[in-house]
Ligand binder design. Sequence first.
Ligand code: FES
Length: 108
Amino acid sequence: MAVRRIPLGPANLKDGEMRSYKVGKRDLLIARVNGSYKSLDDWCNHAGCLLSGGRLEENVVVCPCHEIGFDLDSGKNVTSPGVCDDQPAFKAQIEGGQLVVVGDVPEQ
Ligand code: FES
């Protein structure tokens, strides 16, 4: 899969905030933790709930449906290994005040 560079607009989240961004037919979770932006696929691979509706616990996002937690840097399932896969993780960075996600984000 090809690495893509996707501009998402102004980087205006505060620490501890997260939101979902539409990218084609996908949704990306963007969270800000200690001044750094992080990104995961927003569709939880367990049963498809949106992680952005969950909560942040330091560097982990906890899914609102069944409480599985995923590390925001690696996407690793840190609470329930074996129950579902790790979550696709992407690099999020600021370029000239704009939020940009870089990675093999699926087109569909
Ligand atoms: S859908 Fe996310 S933990 Fe079940």
